[in-house]
Design a protein around this ligand. Structure first.
Ligand SMILES: [Zn+2]
Length: 257
């Protein structure tokens, strides 16, 4: 059985989802535990559901960003939870889950019995009926690797995706198409801004407005914009995508004449 726990990050719902699989009566498997400041919330939510947090035997971390797994040490310390990070780390221990795609330093986990893929951030951020946005924080954004990971997920053809930000999505094909299209569009947007010689400050301010419009167009309002900003700050995507161009394709930034 699958439990999705809203960790109420900074008292805000639908920012960070913690997924827990009941693999056996005394064996829980967690995918991304959230930051340390939601540890008590998650423990409380497990107990409310009649689950014992001591039974969280393993934690599968999609990646080591603080908002996803900053609290991993707490689980290890309090309950002896074993933490899996690297795809080749312990494939024999992952039953009933097994590993699938990975972008740079990012794993997704495949629960074959449910045809459900725990995507971390690889399948983007989609909250409360808003758009599907690609979080692009520094330092390791690599568009080609990301698109290739999306391709791997499409090949597996899951029935559903579980996103850390936020929850279950039942139309992966549509979802992944929107994600890829927007990832490419955002990367182009940043490339053009860099080529125009704008300062980082100016780019951040313009990109924040651009991203805000994309969110508002979905009809989820200013409150929705704030939740997205908490889950996926626009300024971080500017830094991440700027680094991507400078590191991987500096020639694309050269302005001739
Ligand atoms: Zn994230």
């Amino acid at each position: 059985m699958l439990h999705l726990i809203d960790s109420h990050h900074l008292s805000t719902p639908e920012v960070i989802c913690v997924a827990v699989i009941e693999a056996a009566p005394d064996r829980l498997i967690m995918i991304d535990c959230g930051p340390a400041n939601v540890f008590a919330n998650v423990v409380g939510e497990l107990r409310k559901r009649g689950l014992d947090p001591e039974h969280v035997r393993e934690l599968f971390a999609t990646h080591i960003h603080l908002d996803h797994n900053g609290g991993a040490w707490r689980w290890q310390k309090e309950f002896g939870t074993i933490i899996h990070v690297h795809p080749k780390g312990a494939p024999h221990m992952v039953d009933p889950t097994r590993l699938v795609g990975s972008a740079t330093r990012h794993n997704a986990y495949w629960l074959s019995s449910e045809r459900l893929l725990f995507a971390g951030d690889i399948a983007g951020v989609a909250i409360g009926g808003g758009p599907i946005l690609p979080p692009c924080p520094p330092p390791d954004i690599d568009i080609e690797a990301w698109l290739s990971s999306v391709g791997k997920i499409e090949k597996i053809a899951p029935d559903r995706l579980c996103l850390t930000h936020f929850g279950l999505f039942s139309d992966p094909a549509f979802h992944l198409k929107e994600l890829s299209d927007r990832l490419i569009a955002w990367a182009e947007w940043i490339k053009n801004a860099l080529r125009a010689g704008k300062s980082e400050e100016a780019i951040v301010s313009e990109f924040e407005q651009f991203a805000e419009q994309e969110i508002l167009r979905s009809g989820i309002g200013e409150k929705g914009v704030a939740v997205y900003e908490q889950a996926d700050p626009a300024a971080m995507s500017v830094t991440g995508l700027s680094r991507y161009w400078k590191k991987h394709h500096p020639e694309a930034l050269a302005v001739s004449g």
